[in-house]
Design a protein around this ligand. Sequence first.
Ligand code: PEP
Ligand code: MG
Length: 570
Amino acid sequence: MTGIPSSSGLADGPALVYLHSSIITEKEHILPSRIQKEVSRFHAAVKTVSKELEQIGDDSTTSKDILETHRMMLGDPEFIRAVDAMIEQEAVCAPWAVKTTIETMTKPLESSKDAVFRERAMDFEDVSLQIIRVLEGQPQHGLSHLDHDVILVGDKLLPSELFSIDKTHVLGIALDGGGPTSHIAILTRSLRIPTVLALGSFSSKVHNGDEVIVDGNYGEVFVRPELGAKRTVKERNERMQEEQHQLDMLSRLPTVTTDGHTMKILANIEMVGEVPMVKQVGSDGIGLYRSEYLILEGGEKISEDTQFENYKSVIQAMAPNPVTIRTFDIGGDKVVPGLGIDEQNPILGWRAVRFCLARKDIFSVQLRALLRASVYGKLRIMFPMISGVKELDDVLAVLDQAKRELDEQGIPYDHQVRVGTMIEVPSAALCADLLAGRVDFFSIGTNDLIQYTLAVDRGNEKIAYLYQPLHPAVLRSIKMIIDKGHFAGIPVGMCGEMAGNGFLSPLLCGLGLDEFSMDPQSVLAVRRNLRMVSYAECGELADAVLQLDESEAIKTYMKDWMERHERKNE
Ligand code: PEP
Ligand code: MG
């Protein structure tokens, strides 16, 4: 069966089937005289879970981040107040109040098109299950005392369960659910446990003790495999290891074409825990840190100091390479509970800088935290969804105000800190010349630029066929942004998914892109592709492609070009 490869490597062993026993919570009314006791019981359970989390002795950065998220959720005053109020006003038992409150809080997250936000709902569920477990007097998960090596097969696995597992005995993991950006995916990657997710009903086909192979490289799992299948898996993984070994050798090399043109390959991250991977692949910095994930996890009141520590740790870890931190891009499909963002047409609505300019209380705190962190390395501040000059000027004015405040308080920051804007709205692309004089760099956000240029919702599967990165309108737009940026003397990067697509690398190089920023896993393949071509040839490719009138013809032309190019180099 095939699922989503989430942590690479190959594992073979006997299955341990772990089906998630969601605790059934009944609504139970309590006597008014018991209400205060029930509230205290709830508070005591929260304390017990907090203590349990503290006792988990896992000190990888990723695990710490996730544990910290869970602790923050546990201590969220809004959550505590809501549960207290429900017990008091409706005279219901604490487990029911916890369950219902978490369901209300996570509903907007579950319906988000963004998988990462849906996964956060799972974190909330995890925390609530732990509280309910303590309230119901149930013991911690039964995975902590494994005495032999296993392949863990399950419907899902919550981060708290993975923490409690004896990881030395877990050879591999195969789960029915989970997405590539889930905490489980990130954790298994950082623990280097081969893992395949989203396997549908795989767990129902496996019995305890069955031999299972987890191929985390190809995203495949096999139950009771025959000898032939075992051999095939082994051989293709040896080939892949060899390829990976070749790619790994590129991690210390620059991204330079055969005729000496240099570009930078940077990485996109959502969490601090991804930094070690970014460094391991030898990327030239971070081209996009989606800081809004901090708000989602920490809530709108996430303090200046918490943000400062977070930004500082990334900047310090990456120094002397640059770290581009994008200010909060919330709204749209990134719903944050409690911020009043609930709109008919959110993609065109109150999001990103539009939201930040209306909520300067939140925005200024972030800008102060960023500026304070800027002295620890090479920070670049980047604004999302800028649609025109006035909006950019307004945002820059808030930044200036934050700088003035720090000056007055004698707090140091890097006075040369680079400030840039994403170009992801067609009006910004068309006004790129007007924007370029006001910033130090552009970064093209093709994910949104394509959706707005072609009027195609990027999350709607029914019209996915119209979402064409190679549409002439998109390519002309990219070309125009790069040219206008260069004319004004500023570098132009790209941090949308197009930048990490190896097939497009020569074309983007030919269009003149200076920086590519992508999922860390793609860095080395894109570097390899760019090191195999010449800048002059790429320029010719781009000129030819810009003459073509539709995306299929462009794709065919590019495929032919690649084949000709590969033959020539054989
Ligand atoms: C983009 O729009 O291309 C981008 C990088 O931002 P996001 O995917 O977070 O909207
Ligand atoms: Mg975007």
